[in-house]
Design a protein around this ligand. Structure first.
Ligand SMILES: Cc1ncc(COP(=O)(O)O)c(C=O)c1O
Length: 513
């Protein structure tokens, strides 16, 4: 007679897609791996378990045999069915084994334990949609200013002229016409000299950074990141298991003194308009960053995401333009200048990475959609892109000016950073204001969206100003909306802590809000 438990808790779904034996297998295996069913534990006999759940005995026997074959159960002892004393090596490893590959019909829960990706989803949309009605959301291109007529014409022309391209694969690194046009553009606008072959067209900066990390980052690879930093890249790095080394950012950007004390294989930086603080790294620090990279043998990922917009001071060449050692991988995007929905960006890699990155891109998706690439190439070559940039720069500059003066007027001179460039600025709240989170909640009750670092796509590693920093974007707002928004903010700041500020949202909406 069995001396084991009469039954064990199982949740069986008789109408589910998984067979009952697979469900039993999976749940017992989970129980063993989680320690709930300890080594040496005596399970109910197959007959007892079948009776307890109204199953045929064969169903349980089969599940037990699977578990025994994989080393989880010991069926050989006459006195019962025991959890094995030493767990099989394979169950502790997350890497798929040849056995797993050879058994595609294997239990689903077994597959779950083989998952090696540990990444977290990147949220770029949710916080920008829905109420409140005036959102100081950062980094979105304003579609109202986009030359849709020109784009439509280029689309139709290309589609009718070259539709055979729709049925062909293109070069994985991207359409050569577009790569040439991008190389010319960044040469003139950013001082980055590149042959078209060094330009790889990607689905936004995000895919570019993911491909780069695929080449350079594995579990435990030391990677310097700015503190605070753009979450999009941090999440990629975490997904690859990188060992992050946060280096603080001050009002001039990355602290290169602190950097000099570290060593890493890769550094991810946003020197032109640090995300989120907006600091521009001065030349002296840029040179020190490059020297550091050469000294420790690191690659630098330069994310030049919103450099199409500089309002004050002379344009500053990209880090890649200063690089003589082949250390810098330049990441660019059309998400800010045209729109994130285009999902088109590019990377420029040093010569030694051209082949590996092209291979990675070919394996990932064999290149970017042809039509978008050729239309964009024509948009750049025809001068329409530069014309568009000139127009939106004026619009954004005006919106920026309105926001800066409204803040200073309502609150007295404020600590703003990063307003010389890009599409957002950072507002460091005075000490007598509520903290960033509280103020954003109060603002939201007045129909205004303002975003503390964590809600603005930034990651902070206990950065000193973390709780006082607000990211303010202005590219989507009209001057009237900005004025109204800042007035409501003033009311939100003045609201006593125990009083909701909700009634303020009943103010009349600004034109176009
Ligand atoms: C710092 C930074 N890098 C890159 C991007 C752009 O990513 P993508 O080109 O994939 O849209 C963003 C978008 O907000 C950003 O804030």
């Amino acid at each position: 007679m069995s001396r084991g438990a009469l039954t064990i808790p199982l949740t069986l779904d008789r109408k589910g897609a998984e067979t009952l034996q697979r469900q039993i297998y999976g749940q017992i295996r989970d129980g063993i791996l989680s320690g709930r069913l300890a080594p040496g534990f005596c399970l109910p006999s197959s007959r007892e378990l079948a009776d307890a759940f109204g199953l045929s005995r064969n169903t349980v026997v089969l599940a037990y045999e699977w578990l025994s074959n994989e080393g989880y159960l010991d069926l050989r002892r006459r006195s019962g069915t025991f959890v094995t004393d030493s767990l099989p090596e394979r169950s502790l490893s997350v890497a798929p084994s040849s056995h797993d590959v050879a058994s595609p019909a294997g239990p689903v829960s077994a597959k779950r334990h083989r998952l090696i990706f540990r990444g977290q989803r990147l949220q770029m949309v949710e916080r920008g949609s829905g109420p409140p009605d005036i959102k100081f959301w950062y980094g979105s291109a304003n579609w109202r200013h986009f030359p849709l007529g020109t784009w439509r014409r280029l689309l139709i022309e290309n589609l009718s002229r070259m539709s055979a391209n729709l049925s062909e694969y293109g070069p994985p690194g991207g359409n050569m016409e577009l790569r040439k046009a991008i190389a010319e553009h960044i040469g003139a606008a950013r001082g980055v000299r590149a042959r078209p072959e060094q330009v790889i067209v990607t689905a936004g900066a995000q895919e570019g950074m993911d491909l780069i990390c695929r080449l350079l980052v594995a579990a435990g690879t030391p990677v310097v990141v700015e503190n605070p930093c753009y979450a999009g890249c941090v999440k990629i790095l975490q997904g690859f298991g990188a060992d992050l080394i946060p280096v603080n950012v001050d009002n001039l950007g990355l602290d290169t003194d602190a950097l000099d004390k570290t060593s890493a294989a890769v550094a991810y930086v946003t020197p032109s308009h640090q995300f989120p603080t907006g600091a521009t790294l001065p030349l002296e620090r840029r040179l020190r960053l490059l020297q550091w990279a050469e000294r420790v043998g690191a690659y630098i990922i330069e994310d030049d995401y919103d450099s199409d917009f500089r309002y004050d001071g002379p344009p500053i060449a990209a880090l890649a333009g200063l690089d003589r050692g082949g250390c810098v991988i330049y990441v660019g995007t059309f998400s800010k200048s045209i729109g994130a929905g285009l999902r088109t960006g590019f990377i420029v890699v040093p010569d030694d990475l051209v082949e590996p990155i092209t291979a990675a891109k070919s394996l990932s998706n064999y290149g970017h959609p042809w039509l978008e690439q050729i239309v964009l190439a024509d948009f750049l070559r025809s001068g329409a892109f530069n014309l568009h940039l000139r127009r939106i720069r004026q619009q954004y500059r005006h919106a920026r000016d309105v926001l800066v003066s409204a803040l200073n007027r309502e609150f007295g001179n404020q600590r703003l950073s990063g307003h010389e460039a890009g599409m957002h600025m950072m507002w460091t709240l005075p000490d007598d204001f509520p903290d960033a989170h509280t103020l954003s909640q109060r603002a939201s009750q007045t129909g205004v969206g303002i975003y503390p670092l964590a809600q603005a796509g930034a990651v902070s590693f206990s950065w000193p100003q973390e709780h006082r920093a607000i990211v303010l974007g202005y590219s989507l707002l009209t001057p009237e909306q900005i004025e109204t928004g800042v007035k409501r903010l003033a009311a939100a700041v003045a609201t006593p802590a125990d009083k909701p500020a909700a009634n303020l949202s009943r103010r009349p909406r600004a034109a176009g809000a």
